[in-house]
Every structure is written in structure tokens, then in C-alpha cells.
Design a protein around this ligand. Structure first.
Ligand code: SF4
Length: 254
């Protein structure tokens, strides 16, 4: 993709959501770190449900160590791979206390040396907790990078490096969240909602979903009003094509 198109892509995503936020709930770098470790192959919603009960009881390395692995498993058992994650979180707490005074290190190598923390988790923590312009590649960003032609590839780490290189400076800090939220709510894995995508004219994906495949709102939620795609398409904002107003409300990033 040409540099001018890359800048335009981010400009449009930025207009839609000027201050993107992580959907993980946390109130300290440590809570964020543990939440990101728990979120591997799990939804943010499932992690938030677990940490809403866990953090009031234990939200520091000392308290989690005192809680112990077995009790921690009880709090996170609704999250996939919870047994391995419980083991990693306890080991991570021990390492934070032994090597970093109980603080989350603002350092990539030190983060990646923690149990259960790889490049992706380190990038999220560096970006969200410390304001570093890193771009962690998860399943959503991997998909968008390839579909759009922004940074095609098969290796997430290489895609991450490429995205960090080609993303214009003013957009680097928030690029991670813009791309994740776009993938989560618009460029979905099974059926990308290309008909209402603000970057559609820049995207090189060959099989863009036409408006005819838009899923209508359930009748009960529209209080009996039939979906009129033609009529609703007139109300779209610039950059959007032909989404229904109802579909827009339902699919907007928070
Ligand atoms: S046009 Fe479609 S495939 Fe391309 S980024 Fe938008 S939703 Fe994804």
C-alpha cells in the first residue's frame, strides 16, 4: 500500500474513534499485565468478568502469591487454558518481586522474560501502560494487515515490525487499538462488513462483502419496523457506504 493510502487509512480510523481504549478493565500496570496474560485465546469480556471478582481480592504480586495457584484457578476457571495461565501468573508474580521490586518493568526484554509473556503481550503492556508506539499483532490485526494489503505476511512478529515501520508517526500510539477495534467490530473474520467500512476504498481485499449480505436487525429489536436498506443508506456518514442505521448502532466500536 502506498504511504499516502496508509496515512489516509489511519486518518479515517482516527476520525471514527479519536481516543481508542483497551476493552480490558484494569487500574494499574500490574492489573493490565495479568489481564493481557489471561486474554490469550480468550475474549476481553470473559477476562473482565473474572478479574472483576479477582482484583478486589488480589491485585498486586504480593496478594496474588498469598492467594496461591489453587485459589487463583478458581477465579479464572471460566477462561480458556486457565490452569497454565494460573501457573504463569503465579510465577510471573514471583519474578516481579524477585527482580523488579514488585513493579511491571518498562522494558521489552524484561517483560518478555516473564512467564507467559511473549512479544504480543509485551507490546500491549508497553503501548497501553507506558505509551510506547508499539503494535501488537493479534488475530484481528493479522487479518486486517493481510486483507487490506497494509502489511501482508504469515509471521505475526514480522507483521508487527512492518506495521510499526510503515505507520505514520502521528498514528503510531493508537494504531494498535484502531486496528483491533476495526477487526473486532467491522472487519470480522467470517463476514467482514465491507458495506459500512470507512477504509473500503483503500482496502485491497478481493471478496468484499456487498450490502446485500448485510444481516438485518432482528424484528423484535426494531419494534416491528422493517429494515429498509435503501432508505437507511441515505443517512450514512461520509466514508460509509450503505449500512443500515440499525446495523450501525449495533456494530459501532465502543
Ligand atoms: S473493506 Fe472489508 S475486508 Fe477491507 S478492511 Fe473493510 S471490512 Fe475489512
Amino acid at each position: 500500500m502506498k504511504p499516502a493510502d496508509i496515512a489516509e487509512l489511519y486518518r479515517r480510523l482516527a476520525i471514527r474513534n479519536p481516543n481508542p481504549r483497551s476493552e480490558l478493565e484494569y487500574s494499574s500496570p500490574f492489573e493490565l499485565l495479568v489481564a493481557v496474560v489471561l486474554s490469550a485465546q480468550a475474549t476481553d469480556v470473559s477476562v473482565n468478568k473474572a478479574t472483576a471478582l479477582l482484583y478486589p481480592v488480589a491485585n498486586t504480586p504480593e496478594k496474588l502469591l498469598a492467594l496461591g495457584e489453587e485459589k487463583l484457578r478458581g477465579y479464572i476457571k471460566t477462561i480458556g487454558l486457565y490452569q497454565t495461565k494460573a501457573k504463569n501468573v503465579i510465577a510471573l508474580c514471583r519474578q516481579l518481586l524477585e527482580l523488579h521490586g514488585g513493579h511491571v518493568p518498562h522494558d521489552r526484554a524484561a517483560l518478555e522474560a516473564l512467564p507467559g509473556v511473549g512479544r504480543k503481550t509485551a507490546n500491549v503492556v508497553l503501548n497501553v501502560a507506558f505509551g510506547e508506539p508499539t503494535i501488537a499483532v493479534d488475530t484481528h490485526i493479522f487479518r486486517i494487515a493481510n486483507r487490506t494489503g497494509l502489511a501482508p505476511g504469515t509471521n505475526p512478529d514480522k507483521i508487527s515490525e512492518k506495521l510499526e515501520k510503515i505507520t505514520p508517526e502521528p498514528y503510531r500510539l493508537h494504531a494498535h487499538h484502531w486496528l483491533i477495534l476495526h477487526g473486532r467490530y467491522v472487519c470480522k473474520a467470517r463476514t467482514p462488513e465491507c458495506w459500512r467500512c470507512v477504509i473500503s476504498s483503500l482496502c485491497r481485499y478481493k471478496d468484499k462483502t456487498p450490502v446485500a449480505e448485510a444481516v438485518p436487525e432482528p424484528a423484535s429489536r426494531l419494534r416491528g419496523r422493517p429494515v429498509d436498506l435503501k432508505k437507511d443508506s441515505k443517512n450514512n456518514s461520509p466514508g460509509q457506504s450503505t449500512a443500515t442505521s440499525a446495523a450501525k448502532r449495533r456494530r459501532q466500536p465502543r
